[in-house]
Design a protein around this ligand. Structure first.
Ligand code: ARG
Length: 579
C-alpha cells in the first residue's frame, strides 16, 4: 500500500488551506497536486524548518495580496486543524512557510522504515512506459557515452518500476545504413567466420577499417558496397542473414557489458527491422499532405515549430535515420500503446528528437508523452574529450577494465584477510559500483570527468564511501545481535534528524522522476551517509548504557541500512557488508 510521507502531509495541508483562502477571496485555482512543487525538504539547513513552502508567493499573485498577508492566513487555517504531526509553523522572510515535524511523528516511524518496500512508494497513477536506452551501433565498440547512457537508462527504468509503473526496457540498435554495405563487402572478401565468432566487434571493426584502407587502392570497392547495400534493401537473403548474424555477434560483446552493469532489455530491435516499413510511412505522409518535394528529395516542413525541415527520403530513394525513427514510433505505439516514451539519447541529437516530436504532433499520433532524456559528455581525466592520443575514441571496455584494475589495488590493500579469488570478486563489484555512481551523481546535464582514483575514494563523493558507511553500520548491527525493547522517548535531536532524513527519501524519488534524473537519489545517499557517519562518530550506540535507548538506536541503524539498500538498488549499485 502506498504510504504518505511528510511532504505529502504538508502539501495536503497547504492545498486545503489555499483552497479555503481562495474561496474566501472568490478566486478559483485548480490545484493539481502532482504538479505542485511548492513544498520542499529543507535539506540540511534547520533554519528553514524541516520543510519549507513558497506557496504564498503563488497565492499572492492570484489574489493580488502580499505574500506575507497570505502566509499569516494560511498559518492560522492550518493551525486551527492542529495536525498532530506538525510541531509548529513559522513565517520566514517575506512569506515563506516553514514547517517543523513533531518528535512523536518521527518516533512513530522508527523501525517501520526498515520494513518499507517499493509498494509503499507506489505512484497514484500506474502507467505503461517505454524506456529506450543504450542503443549502440552494431559492429562498433561501445564508447564512454554508451556507458553513461546505459547506466542512466537502466537506473531510470529501475526507478519507474520501483514506483509501480509497467516498464518496457528498449534497445534501438543502429544496424542500417550504407556502412553495412561496406562491412558486408569486406566480410565477403576477407572475412573469417571463426575470427568474428571469437572477437566479434574487434574483428568486424578490423574489416571495416580494412575496407577504407583498400578503398584508396581500389576505388571500385565503393560501388560494390553500394550494390551490397542495395541488395540488402531489396531483401537479398544472403545479405539479410549476414546482417542478422553481425547483429547477433555484436550483441555478444554488448551483453558482456550489460551484465556487468545489470542492464536488461525486454526489446532489442535494430533499425533494419523498420526499413521495410518506411515505404508505407512515406505513402502515409504523402496522403496526409505532409510531405513536400524538394530538389528531388522529400521533406516535411516544420516552420510552425521553429525547426528546419526534416529530410525523409533522399533523391536516390534512400530513407534516413529519422524515417526509421518514425517507423519505430508507429511500431511502439501500435504494439504497446504506452502512456509515455523516454528516449535516453545524448544532447547532440536534440534536433533529431525535436523534429520527431513535431512530426508526431502533425500526425496527431497519440496522447503518448514523448520525452528526450538528454545527457552531456564524459570527459577524460584532464577534462578534455575522452580519446586516445591518436584521436581514437576510447572503448567502453577499456574504461571498465581501468576502473576494475584500480579497484583491485584498493581491495588488495584493504582485504588481506580473503583469498585472491574473493578479492577479485570484491574488486569487480567495487569498481562497477564506482563507475555506476560516478555516472549518476551529477545531473545528466553536467559533464562528468572520468577520474578512477576519485571515483573509488573512501572519503569522497563515491560509491566506495557509501559502501564504507554501509559496512560500518552493518557491522554494528551484526555485533549487537537481537534487539530488545526500545524506548523512543529517550531519543535525542541527532537521532530524530536522522529519522527525518530517512523520511525524505520519498521526496527524492518523486523529484528524480519529475526530472528524469536519478542524481537526486545519488546525492541523497551521499547526504545520508554524511549524517550517518557524523552520528556514528558522536553518538554512543552499542556502548550506550541506557539499554532501551541503545535498542532504539540500533533500530535506527537498521532503518538507515534499509534505505541505503533501496536507494542503491535503484541506482544499480550492490552494497557489500565488508569492503
Ligand atoms: N544508434 C544511435 C547512435 O549510437 C542512437 C540511437 C538513439 N535512439 C533513437 N531512437 N534514435 O548514435
Amino acid at each position: 500500500m502506498a504510504l504518505k510521507f511528510p511532504k505529502q502531509y504538508i502539501l495536503e495541508l497547504i492545498v486545503g488551506a489555499a483552497q479555503r483562502l481562495l474561496t474566501q477571496e472568490n478566486q478559483v485555482f485548480n490545484f493539481n497536486p502532482d504538479a505542485v512543487h511548492f513544498v520542499i525538504e529543507s535539506k540540511d539547513n534547520p533554519v528553514f524548518g524541516d520543510y519549507s513552502s513558497n506557496a504564498c508567493f503563488v497565492l499572492a499573485k492570484i489574489t493580488g495580496k502580499s505574500p506575507l498577508e497570505i502566509a499569516e492566513k494560511i498559518k492560522v487555517f492550518i493551525e486551527a486543524q492542529t495536525p498532530e504531526y506538525i510541531e509548529r509553523i513559522e513565517i520566514a522572510g517575506n512569506g515563506f512557510l516553514n514547517f517543523y515535524l513533531t518528535n512523536d511523528f518521527c518516533n512513530s516511524w522508527l523501525g517501520k522504515i526498515a520494513k518499507l518496500s517499493s509498494k509503499n512508494f507506489a505512484s497514484s497513477k500506474k502507467e505503461k512506459v517505454i524506456i529506450e536506452y543504450s542503443s549502440p551501433n552494431v559492429a562498433k565498440p561501445m564508447h564512454v557515452g554508451h556507458i553513461r547512457n546505459t547506466i542512466l537508462g537502466s537506473s531510470l527504468a529501475n526507478l519507474y518500476e520501483f514506483v509501480g509503473h509497467k516498464v518496457t526496457r528498449w534497445n534501438h540498435l543502429g544496424d542500417w545504413g550504407t556502412q553495412f554495405g561496406k562491412l558486408i563487402t569486406a566480410y565477403k572478401k576477407w572475412g573469417d567466420k571463426k575470427a568474428v565468432d571469437k572477437n566479434p566487434i574487434g574483428e568486424l571493426l578490423e574489416l571495416y577499417i580494412r575496407f577504407h584502407k583498400e578503398l584508396d587502392k581500389y576505388p571500385e570497392l565503393e560501388k560494390q558496397a553500394q550494390e551490397e547495400f542495395k541488395k540488402l534493401e531489396q531483401g537479398d537473403k544472403t545479405n539479410k542473414s549476414l546482417l542478422a548474424w553481425i547483429l547477433k555477434e555484436s550483441l555478444k560483446d554488448f551483453n558482456r557489458l550489460y551484465s556487468l552493469f545489470g542492464a536488461k532489455f525486454d526489446k532489442t530491435i535494430g533499425e533494419s527491422f523498420y526499413a521495410p516499413m518506411t515505404d508505407k510511412i512515406i505513402a502515409d505522409l504523402k496522403n496526409q499532405k505532409l510531405l513536400e518535394p524538394s530538389e528531388g528529395a522529400w521533406i516535411i516542413k516544420l516552420d510552425a515549430f521553429g525547426l528546419p525541415p526534416a529530410l525523409i527520403q533522399k533523391t536516390d530513394g534512400a530513407t534516413l535515420y529519422l524515417t526509421r525513427e518514425i517507423a519505430s514510433l508507429y511500431y511502439r505505439l501500435s504494439k504497446f500503446n504506452p502512456d509515455k516514451i523516454l528516449y535516453i539519447v545524448g544532447s547532440e541529437q536534440s534536433l533529431h528528437f525535436q523534429q520527431l516530436f513535431a512530426i508526431a504532433k502533425l500526425l496527431n499520433l497519440s496522447k503518448t508523452r514523448l520525452e528526450h532524456v538528454k545527457y552531456e559528455l564524459v570527459l577524460g581525466p584532464d577534462g578534455k574529450k575522452f580519446s586516445t592520443r591518436e584521436g581514437n575514441i576510447i572503448a567502453a571496455q577499456a574504461i571498465v577494465d581501468t576502473i576494475i584494475q584500480t579497484a583491485q589495488k584498493v581491495v588488495d590493500e584493504k582485504r588481506s584477510d580473503v583469498s585472491e579469488k574473493e578479492k577479485n570478486v570484491i574488486a569487480k563489484t567495487v569498481g562497477i559500483n564506482a563507475l555506476i555512481y560516478s555516472m549518476l551523481n551529477e545531473s545528466r546535464m553536467t559533464d562528468i570527468v572520468f577520474n578512477p582514483e576519485a571515483m573509488l575514494s573512501f572519503k569522497g563523493n563515491s560509491a566506495t564511501y557509501l559502501n564504507y558507511t554501509y559496512a560500518r553500520l552493518s557491522n554494528i548491527v551484526a555485533k549487537a545481535g537481537r534487539i530488545g525493547k526500545i524506548n523512543t522517548a529517550l531519543l535525542e535531536k541527532s537521532d530524530l534528524d536522522l529519522v527525518k532524513k530517512l523520511l525524505s527519501f520519498a521526496d527524492r524519488i518523486d523529484i528524480s522522476i519529475t526530472d528524469s534524473s536519478p542524481h537526486h537519489i545519488a546525492q541523497y545517499l551521499l547526504e545520508l551517509a554524511n549524517i550517518a557517519n557524523t552520528y556514528y562518530e558522536k553518538t554512543p550506540i552499542i556502548k550506550d548504557e541506557v539499554k532501551e535507548r541503545k535498542n532504539a538506536r540500533l533500530t535506527l541503524i537498521k532503518d538507515i541500512l534499509h534505505i541505503m539498500e533501496l536507494g542503491s538498488k535503484i541506482l544499480g549499485i550492490k552494497m557489500i557488508e565488508r569492503i
